[in-house]
Design a protein around this ligand. Structure first.
Ligand SMILES: [Zn+2]
Ligand SMILES: [Zn+2]
Length: 119
């Protein structure tokens, strides 16, 4: 492949924005990727900034799910444990605590599985 702007020069890479071949004279390095010099440098920079921001956001979403997993998991275990412990004395009321605990554990697992998608 040769440079789009200089058909006689071999291309060293392609512009991330327009995918055209670029020789060493035409290529500008923007954020570790190649762009047409003085043509698509701004566009590629916007591209990369957007991509980096998306990555950052998905990491944050993932950590929120993991925090929910820990929270629901601990509270769920506490409820189930409390219900189990009080079952003899409280009867149905304790069973309700246990049911709530199981529901929280279910929510914890759902959050865990959802959070893994972002790793
Ligand atoms: Zn370009
Ligand atoms: Zn060129």
């Amino acid at each position: 492949m040769n440079c789009f702007y200089h058909p006689s020069s071999p291309a060293i890479g392609t512009c991330k924005y327009c995918q055209r071949g670029l020789c060493s004279d035409c290529a500008a390095v923007v954020d570790d990727v190649i762009a047409c010099k003085n043509r698509h440098e701004d566009e590629v920079h916007k591209f990369e900034t957007l991509a980096a921001r998306n990555l950052f956001q998905s990491e944050r979403v993932g950590s929120v799910y993991m925090r929910n997993f820990t929270f629901y998991g601990l509270v769920g275990l506490a409820f189930v444990g409390f219900g189990w412990w009080q079952l003899k004395w409280l009867g149905l009321q304790a069973a309700l605590f246990m049911a709530l605990g199981v529901f929280l554990l279910y929510a914890a697992i759902a959050n865990y599985l959802e959070g893994r998608k972002y790793k």
